[in-house]
Design a binder for this molecule. Structure first.
Ligand code: GLU
Length: 509
């Protein structure tokens, strides 16, 4: 097995939008596959038709693409092991259920929902609230272990509804080694005879999952911790189907925890605490449910992915910023933590800020120009880049960058109240008037030239920066603070700067 090719799969059920915990599972599968030179497969587990939500599959595919973790193979991506949607593989599963019946590891059960309800109620009344269909209780139920063979055949021939259940042995330790958790051991006395197949011809998750992992030659099952309780059953299925030699290795990933308190990060937490829980915005086609997405909130996919990678793993060094490629080099399943990973929204914003700062000037300029265009301001790439360089230290998102840069796109419609009160007086007016006069004579309106002119004004009049700077800034930008005024003036250009000084002299008291 260890020499076999690494093939891993992400196997979501299309029951709604993909939670960021699901994206993290996909990401770890992807990273592991890339690192090992293996393949990453997307399989859609839609055997439970009652939970099917239209649009969910496309949402999953779009989310993976946005994150840059496209599968090599799978639903929507092609490959030799298809179909990759379990509903289209329906015909394949029955023979495995039959095989299990034949070798004595499964049985037919004819109990109706009412029957099951009744025994549950009785057990509850007798003080056992958690009744299970298991090696003890099955002997008093309607199944092929208690009914005569004739009776079973008759019922099957009559088309009576049935399910096929796994037959667990009594008091057997099921052991397997999980890459994240080490040895896991569960006694079958604490397990139940799970349904594997239903008379509508559909397998349940457990059977379909094992059959497909086997047929698709999956080498490692990397999935969320919520599936750990199912793993012993899966181990037994591999054994009973005669596939134990080729059983994939398991790695169960830690839960994502709420930022506050205990428990799993849920889809409601995001809107409660003001951050997205989903990669992309989701509008439920069946009701008015709407959930916000990282994409629509202005996150770079690289930042989102980098943040997710650290929820449950770290490289063991100080380095925090990793490209997808860097992640796949550094990643290892052995370094995945057992303990739940607490989501930290400030950290997520910090990652976005790091990625924003690391863009080249022209990339950032283009992003700013695109954002400005959405607000009907058109600006050249050159100008947009100059603004972006000046303003980027303050921004977490492109929309911050745009908002912080507002004063470049429109003249002040109001002036910062505190600065006006404290710094705008007759001296300030005189300085602005004098500076305006000096600037109007400048031929070169570059940052350096504006700076020299300004400084010579201070020097000649024996003035400190604090006497002149704030009023000057207020006049040109309307603000009390900001980056270098010389750079701002040169980006605005001479005419615009002079007109703004005039406007301030006219408007300010
Ligand atoms: N269909 C399961 C899910 O929705 C897959 C679990 C597994 O990876 O085995 O998460």
């Amino acid at each position: 097995m260890s020499n076999a090719k690494v093939r891993v799969r992400f196997a979501p059920s299309p029951t709604g939008p993909l939670h960021m915990g699901g994206v993290r599972t996909a990401l770890y599968n992807y990273l592991f596959a890339k690192q090992q030179g293996g393949e990453f497969i997307l399989r859609i587990e839609d055997t439970d038709q009652t939970r099917f939500v239209p649009g969910a599959e496309q949402y999953i595919i779009d989310s993976l693409k946005w994150c840059g973790i496209s599968p090599d193979e799978g639903q929507g991506f092609g490959g030799d092991f298809g179909p990759y949607r379990q509903s289209e593989r329906k015909a394949m599963y029955k023979e495995y259920a039959d095989h299990l019946i034949k070798n004595g590891h499964a049985y037919y059960a004819f109990d109706s929902a009412d029957d099951l309800d009744r025994v549950r109620q009785m057990a509850k009344a007798a003080g056992s609230p958690n009744w299970q269909y298991n090696h003890v209780t099955r002997s008093s139920m309607k199944n092929s272990l208690t009914l005569s063979q004739n009776e079973v055949e008759k019922r099957l021939a009559n088309g009576e509804p049935y399910v096929i259940r796994i037959k667990l042995n009594r008091n057997e330790e099921v052991k397997f080694e999980d890459i994240v958790r080490g040895w896991v051991s569960v006694n079958t006395n604490n397990m139940d005879d799970k349904v594997l197949f239903k008379s509508d011809g559909m397998p349940t998750y457990h059977l379909a999952n094992i059959v497909d992992d086997h047929l698709m030659q999956i080498s490692h099952v990397i999935r969320g911790e919520e599936w750990l309780p199912s793993a012993p059953l899966h181990v037994l299925l591999y054994r009973y189907l005669g596939w134990e030699e080729q059983m994939p290795k398991f790695a169960h990933l830690p839960l994502l925890l709420k930022p506050d308190g205990n428990g799993k990060l849920s889809k409601r937490d995001g809107d409660r605490l003001g951050f997205p829980v989903f990669p992309l915005q989701w509008n439920n086609p069946e009701n008015d449910d709407q959930f916000s997405g990282y994409r629509e909130n202005g996150y770079f996919p690289e930042a989102f992915v980098n943040m997710l990678a650290f929820l449950g793993w770290n490289p063991g060094t100080e380095q925090e910023i990793f490209s997808l490629e860097g992640l796949s080099e550094a990643f290892s399943l052995e370094k995945v933590n057992k303990a739940g990973a607490r989501y930290d929204h400030d950290k997520t914003k910090w990652f976005n800020q790091q990625y924003l700062r690391s863009k080249t000037d022209s990339e950032l300029g283009q992003l700013l120009a695109d954002e400005a265009a959405k607000h009907q301001h058109s600006l050249s790439l050159e100008k947009a880049s100059a603004i972006a360089i000046l303003m980027k230290e303050r921004a977490y998102f492109i929309k911050d960058l745009y908002e912080e840069s507002q004063f470049f796109f429109s003249r002040p419609s109001s002036y910062d109240e505190k600065t006006t009160r404290k710094k705008w007086n007759s001296d300030a007016r005189n300085h602005v008037r004098a500076l305006k006069q000096m600037f109007s004579e400048l031929e070169d309106f570059s940052e350096d030239s504006v700076e020299q002119s300004f400084k010579s004004y201070l020097h000649d009049n024996e003035l400190g920066f604090g006497k002149v700077g704030p009023g000057f800034r207020l006049a040109v930008t309307g603000k009390g603070m900001g980056p270098s005024m010389f750079a701002i003036c040169s980006i605005l250009g001479k005419d615009e700067t002079l007109q703004r000084m005039d406007l301030a002299l006219e408007k300010l008291p």
